[in-house]
Design a protein around this ligand. Structure first.
Ligand SMILES: *Cc1c(COP(=O)(O)O)cnc(C)c1O
Length: 394
């Protein structure tokens, strides 16, 4: 191939990146559903295991289909290196534990995805890692939380469920000054609209389950960053603890990547229109959409995102009103997933965030009236009718 894939626009990278054709010349990526690989001779096996011959040895280490997915996603992200893992949580878990050991300290934004919150609050402390949560939009709080043993900073922006935006560049400066690495969970922004590595972050993690699949089929996750850092921190952990992505899931996700740009842009257009519609309702006391001027961190969003994605949240004033809204929906599903072709809405305080104590929920502004919506690919006209009906019922 004469063209340098790094010269391609994102949509082209998503179709052509990482393509590794077999001698059959198949158009669609081959699915190598195999655990292990055979060698031509004992000497060939020896060379494979020594690393002298870079081929595959076992699918817990690497697999050709999974590698195509890794290369395609790395090319989109502009990262040197990507490792695909079984789920978004496998990715977050490996991303953190690979950089931490007993006696280290981690600082995380307090509005995190539920399971990320559990890892930081409950799991890491079991192994002697100290953890501190901060208000992720308050730069002074990040500064004050740094300690001599702070090794990792974890943030999510926009954050679940209220779409708070953290100034990634500024937090990176604070973390790096303290000698800590920055891990960004970039799920809500998607790799189409936000590039944390170009903002100085060290590691980016995804749940590929969300927009990258985008059609509700498989779980997947990924870690991206510089080759040296990722190999040193994660290679052995991934090999020996076994969070590998199934080649079947990698194949599904490769096909998901092909339409990612198209889907996310359409979903975002529809989400922006629905956010404006919802904001105009007298039943709604506040709307959170990073693309709206009334978003509390609208300026930071505009600085670091090239689009505002398909998630929005709005407050209907009470749990009863939020539930009436959800129960009146006829097209939009009641579901806690996100990034799907199907629009979904959820009541975070009784679903995704029910494990969070009420005082902690109120601390992040999550009142009982909030509904979070992930806008899908249905026609705006139909979604408008559905949302209007639900607002009337609320
Ligand atoms: C869904 C999600 C995860 C976890 O991903 P899984 O694929 O479900 O394991 C992590 N972070 C964020 C922000 C998510 O939305």
């Amino acid at each position: 191939m004469a063209e340098d894939p790094n010269s391609w626009e994102p949509a082209t990278r998503l179709i052509r990146g990482g393509l590794m054709r077999s001698n059959h010349g198949e158009i669609s990526e081959a699915l190598y559903l195999t655990q292990s690989f055979a060698y031509e001779s004992a000497g060939a096996a020896d060379r494979r295991f020594s690393g002298e011959d870079p081929g595959f040895v076992y699918s817990r280490y690497a697999n050709p289909t999974t590698q195509m997915f890794e290369e395609r996603l790395a090319l989109l992200e502009g990262a040197e290196y990507c490792r695909a893992l079984a789920s978004g949580m496998a990715a977050v878990h490996v991303a953190l534990t690979g950089l931490l050991k007993a006696g280290d300290h981690l600082v995380a934004g307090r509005a995190l995805f539920g399971s990320c919150n559990w890892i930081v609050a409950q799991y890491l402390p079991r192994f002697g890692v100290e953890t501190t949560f901060v208000d992720a939009v308050d730069l002074d709080a990040w500064k004050a939380a740094m300690r001599p043993n702070t090794k990792v900073v974890l943030l999510e922006s926009p954050a679940n469920p209220l779409l708070e935006i953290t100034d990634i560049e500024e937090v990176v400066k604070i973390a790096h000054a303290a000698g800590a690495k920055v891990v960004v969970d970039n799920v809500f922004a998607t790799p189409i609209f936000q590039k944390p590595l170009t903002l100085g972050a060290d590691v980016v993690v995804y749940s590929a389950t969300k927009h990258i699949d985008g059609q509700g089929r498989v779980l997947g996750g990924a870690i991206l960053g510089d080759r040296q850092l990722l190999e040193d921190a994660y290679r052995d952990i991934i090999r020996h603890t076994g969070p590998a992505m199934s080649p079947f899931n990698a194949w599904v996700l490769l096909k998901g990547l092909e339409t990612l740009d198209l889907r996310v842009r359409r979903q975002t257009e529809t989400a922006a229109a629905l956010a404006d519609l919802i904001a105009g309702s007298p039943k709604v006391t506040s709307v959170r959409y990073p693309g709206r001027e009334d978003h509390p961190q609208a300026l930071v969003a505009r600085k670091q995102m090239s689009g505002f994605s398909n998630l929005l949240a709005f407050d209907l004033g009470s749990r009863e009103a939020a539930w009436r809204f959800l129960d009146a929906l006829e097209i939009v599903d009641i579901s806690n997933n996100l990034g799907d072709a199907k629009s979904m809405a959820t009541h975070p305080s009784t679903t995704t965030h029910r494990a969070m104590p009420e005082d902690k929920r109120l601390e992040i502004g999550l009142t009982e009236g909030f509904v979070r919506m992930s806008v899908g690919l249905e026609d705006l006209k139909d979604l408008t009718r559905d949302v209007r009906r639900a607002l009337d019922a609320a």
